[in-house]
Ligand binder design. Structure first.
Ligand code: FES
Length: 87
């Protein structure tokens, strides 16, 4: 599990095993667009301010993944204990 801090919403949320970042955002009433929920369409893209995503999607290019600046919140997780997103 890991924490997601939402910079613009001034909220920190806990993401347990078995739930996606997107699930946790929606449970907490954060409006986040989504569509495929399989890491393929790019609709749920968020900007990473801090932390190292564990990319599980097939949407971002290898160089985008390596830059750790974007994350697909429906499938990807975190290698660091905390991710800060521009949400
Ligand atoms: Fe399609 Fe996340 S909803 S990539």
């Amino acid at each position: 599990s890991f924490e997601v801090a939402l910079a613009r919403s001034a909220l920190t949320l806990h993401v347990p095993a078995g739930k996606s970042i997107l699930d946790v955002l929606q449970e907490n009433g954060i409006e986040t667009p989504s569509s495929c929920e399989q890491g393929a369409c790019g609709t749920c893209l968020a900007t990473v301010i801090e932390g190292e995503p564990d990319h599980q999607d097939v949407y971002l290019s290898d160089s985008e993944k390596a830059s750790n600046s974007k994350i697909l919140t429906c499938v990807s997780r975190s290698k660091s204990k905390r991710l800060v997103l521009d949400i």
